[in-house]
Design a protein around this ligand. Structure first.
Ligand code: DCP
Ligand code: MG
Length: 387
């Protein structure tokens, strides 16, 4: 088997870079996208703002503290989706085997292409900049794991090529968190075991890792620390899930602001339903996401018997999920997600009935109901992954 050549391509400061195409006069200034008026969360920031410490997912208030002169621009998803399509189409003119990983990143299999690896990487960057005016960072490696780590090593406008011999000098000194799949919790536990870098992880006894993390995750940790990853490129563009979420203008109280919450919740369910219907998808797993005023995020999901794209079905399941979360704090954010998608068999459904929220008591009406609503999952999978 010849060694594969897998590229991971990730656009630089994507939303901010798209905005700056139409506002070039802001280029040298710190710019953050989202969080206008000090509310909500920054989606991303250009590299000028990052020098001040402004980051994705940071509350706008914090960003303003760090960088009072920062320019905040509103989010324009339609524009980002347009540029997302453009850069992916530009890649496809050179390399057809593309795995779509979201709005600003893809994996591309370059194994069968003629040409030297660095030249191919440069050609990809060239096509992308011609089509969009945007820069990206590319990692090229024998597998997805290393390509992904590589694309981040020389950001922005980077091109990093990693071979097996580079694992020890370039990958092992990195913190374990740089591995896609080692989140903050696993990272914390590893640090507690004296494992800070990927090299530390590679030198740790595999059996001990399995003892500590279980057979699947433990073995996986050992493999990835040695740069091993056999996952194929998955080219079909089937989405894994569709979701909508919203951060409120002000924090909402589960009881006092119940009417407003109900309205938002209904709208989110309708939007996800419309999104699925437009794409002719149905889904079996319905989930919710809540963020409290202390930034704690909770998700719950459940799998239903019949796949659906119907707003009322989605709302019913989402409401059951909601009942499994103790609502004892104000809320900042509410989200609804449908996953386990499949193609719809039947012809497209008609418009879904309006005014769903009216008849449903989505948020508990009083303290007794509030107390009662805690816990008790019914045929639902508790979802401990704190996303
Ligand atoms: N995004 C978001 N919320 C986050 C992280 C990202 O809304 N917590 C959005 C904004 C980003 C886009 O997704 O522009 C792509 O995410 P990346 O993590 O690739 O970040 P950027 O492309 O902005 O920066 P980088 O140059 O580090 O890739
Ligand atoms: Mg990016």
């Amino acid at each position: 088997m010849p060694e594969r050549r897998i590229a991971h391509i990730d656009m630089d400061a994507f939303y901010a870079s798209v905005e700056l195409l139409r506002r070039p006069e802001l280029r040298e200034l710190p710019v953050a996208i989202g969080g206008r008026g000090g509310r909500g969360v920054v989606t991303t920031a250009n590299y000028v703002a990052r020098r001040y410490g402004v980051r994705s997912a940071m509350p706008a208030r914090k960003a303003l503290e760090l960088c009072p002169q920062c320019v905040f621009l509103p989010v324009d998803f339609d524009e980002y989706r347009k540029f997302s399509r453009l850069f992916k189409a530009a890649i496809a003119t050179l390399a057809p085997l593309i795995e779509d990983r979201g709005i600003d990143e893809v994996y591309v299999d370059l194994t069968e292409l003629a040409g030297e690896t660095r030249a191919l990487g440069q050609a990809l960057k060239q096509r992308i900049v011609e089509a969009t005016g945007l820069t990206c960072s590319i990692g090229i490696a024998p597998n997805k794991l290393l390509a992904k780590i590589g694309s981040d090593l020389e950001k922005p406008d980077g091109l990093t090529i990693l071979r097996a011999a580079d694992i020890e000098p370039r990958i092992w000194p990195l913190p374990v968190r740089r591995i896609n799949g080692i989140g903050p919790k696993a990272s914390e536990r590893l640090n507690g075991m004296g494992i800070a870098t990927i090299g530390d992880l590679a030198h740790h006894d595999a059996a001990a890792l399995i003892g500590r993390f279980g057979p699947n995750y433990g073995r996986w940790l050992h493999e990835v620390a040695h740069g091993r990853d056999e996952r194929p490129i998955i080219t079909e563009s089937e989405p894994r899930s569709r979701s909508r979420e919203t951060t409120f203008e002000r924090d909402l109280h589960p009881l006092r602001d119940r009417a407003e919450l109900r309205e938002i919740f209904t709208r989110l369910c309708e939007q996800v339903a419309q999104d699925l219907q437009r794409r002719r998808y149905v889904g079996r797993t319905i989930g919710i996401k809540l963020r409290f005023d202390d930034f704690r995020t909770v998700t719950r999901d459940m799998t239903i018997a019949q796949p659906t794209a119907d707003a009322a079905d989605i709302q019913k399941a989402a409401r059951a999920c909601l009942k499994r979360v103790p609502l004892e704090r104000k809320l900042r954010l509410l989200g609804v997600r449908v996953s386990s998608l499949s193609a719809e068999d039947a012809p497209p459904a008609g418009p879904s009935p309006p005014a769903l929220g009216e008849s449903l008591d989505l948020f508990p009406a009083d303290d007794a109901a509030l107390a009662q609503s805690e816990g008790r999952p019914q045929q639902a999978n508790p979802n401990p992954r704190g996303r």
